[in-house]
Design a protein around this ligand. Structure first.
Ligand code: 13P
Length: 338
């Protein structure tokens, strides 16, 4: 199979108009924070048990077409000794891998961040592929202030995403390109729209420069919302601003846009995705790639107790199903209580 055929078959397995992605790729520091919130210690066994439980959820493959894993998870096995990527694949959930190595300040540009991890990426990807990963994820982070992101912040972060995506495609791994505009702060929804548009323009310019095939990638952006310190915007307004900005900046060749939840609550992220899909104005599939918005209820149900495993699975399955309905524009809040 040619590299392009390989990429296309992964896209075909992930983009079907009805399913989204489970982001379960929390780094060691982040998963420790999530576990801490429910009083669970972040040991390797607890992380293995929790993630194995999520991936074994019966029926999850009906609503989830891909799962982003952390490097450690890629090498872990379930109780029967089956590697976790295979547990996902058996449910028709394509395993993927977070490949960036976290972020730090962008030198010379106060307030902007930059992500690390390009060195040796092709070799790392070859190893991940051998373990079953068929797609990858890389996240650049953009704090919003009156001055940020700066022009340098916009171009430097876009360049990283494009270089990463080009390397992925060259070895037959579908890149998820994630430019996350942070919700932190008190900026207006107008300012958030302006920033996201600038970010996306710059990202697609860089992707073009690096010869990335748009049909063979997935975009994982933030929704356009006001900053966290402001009152929430109604879902219809989030949907209008988000789709308007995306239409201005994202080529129709991109097959799927899978939003991150970025601090939106589980119900909020579902309601907003539903409003986006009810606009019927998008040339791309509008789907989810939620971490917290899918996992929060599952974590709460689990509480680190093996006997709560099936309650955690039910909580995850419910959110996955409701987000699947939101992709169809068929979610209504009564479903939360059923
Ligand atoms: P959240 O949905 O919790 O923002 O996580 C998505 C993700 O993958 C962030 O990189």
């Amino acid at each position: 199979m040619s590299v392009n055929d390989e990429l296309q078959s992964t896209i075909d397995d992930m983009v079907d108009g009805r399913r989204g992605i489970l982001a379960a790729d929390e780094s060691s520091g982040t998963i420790a924070k999530r576990f801490d919130a429910i009083g669970v210690e972040s040991t390797e066994e607890n992380r293995r048990f929790y993630r194995s439980t999520l991936l074994s959820t019966e029926g999850l493959g009906e609503f989830v077409s891909g799962v982003i894993l952390f490097e450690e998870t890629l090498g872990q096995v379930n109780e029967k000794g089956t590697p976790l990527p295979q547990v996902a694949a058996a449910q028709k959930i394509v395993p993927g891998i977070k490949v960036d190595k976290g972020k730090g300040p962008l030198a010379g540009s106060p307030g902007d961040m930059i992500t690390y991890g390009l060195d040796g990426l092709a070799e790392r990807l070859a190893g991940y592929k051998a373990q079953g990963a068929r797609f990858a994820k890389w996240r650049e982070v953009y704090p919003v202030s009156a001055h940020n992101p700066t022009r340098l912040g916009l171009t430097a972060n876009a360049e990283m995403l494009a270089r990463y995506a080009a390397v992925c495609q060259s070895v037959g791994v579908v890149p998820i390109v994630e430019p996350e505009v942070l919700m932190d702060g008190d900026h207006s929804i107008e300012r958030d729209a302006e920033v996201n548009e600038q970010v996306w323009h710059e990202v697609f310019r860089a992707l073009h420069r690096h010869g990335v095939v748009l049909e063979l990638m997935i975009l994982k952006p933030s929704m356009v919302t006001p900053g966290k310190d402001c009152a929430k915007a109604p879902p219809e307004q989030v949907a209008e601003y988000t789709v308007r900005s995306l239409r201005r900046a994202v080529p129709a060749a991109v097959p799927s846009i899978n939003f991150l939840s970025g601090g939106q609550g589980p119900e909020e992220a579902t309601v907003n995705l539903n409003a986006l899909n009810q606009l019927w104005q998008a040339p791309w599939q509008l789907s989810f790639s939620y971490g917290r918005a899918l996992q929060e209820p599952a974590l709460k149900a689990w509480q680190g107790k093996p006997e709560n495993g099936s309650a955690a699975q039910q909580a995850l399955l419910k959110r996955a199903r409701l987000n699947h309905l939101a992709m169809l524009g068929e979610y209504r809040d009564g479903l939360e209580r059923e």
